[in-house]
Design a protein around this ligand. Sequence first.
Ligand code: HPA
Length: 245
Amino acid sequence: MGVAIIGGTGLTTLENLEITHREVVHTPYGEPSGPITHGILHGHEVLFLARHGYGHTIPPHRVNYRANLWALQHLGVDRLFAVAAVGGIHERMAPARIAFPDQIIDYTWGRSHTFFEDDLAEVTHIDFTYPYDDGMRQLLIDAAREAGIDAEETCTYGATQGPRLETAAEIRRMRNDGCDLVGMTGMPEAALARELGMGYATSAVVANWAAGLQPAPISMADIERYLQDGMTGVRQLLGALIPRL
Ligand code: HPA
């Protein structure tokens, strides 16, 4: 079955992807972030979607997560590798580091976060004890080791609402809660994937130290620089990952 990559900030295109075509999918939940890109990456068919749109214009709280996931499943995707920019909270999560979270704490609000709300035959709950697919996480870990990337193999992702960055106190609270990373798009994406029965794993790229961990305010120029370094690592990671699929 199919593999897809959702690219986040810093990864709106996959430069090694030989694009075969783009497909517009209309969904019962509205429009995805853009047409789905079909292509060949390292000899394997993959689908690609830029989470914030190919022009990077859709902010995290406005991403139509349900439409994105529904569209990918409609095209046969059953394994979804997400890439996401994050801030580092734990001291091991320095800028440009890559991490594969194994847990999530959700601080988002007001997002359309479930497929199970209308026209139900009965109230439906999903198990979400372990929000990421273990086998897919292991593939990422193995690929990173093979590519010589020093990735963090377990950590907790805190999902915030955005689009503003956090306050220093919010980050202190998140650290006390057990968050190692902070990002704005990990939820509801992971839960929606689980509701659809799709395997889901994330490669998080640290773009900056989270708010209050450095004396200076967070600089957007620094974020961009570190993201570029991190995304170079993600491209190497994908080069080692895709042949394993
Ligand atoms: N906070 C939330 N999301 C982010 C950050 C951050 O510091 N950096 C990149 N995405």
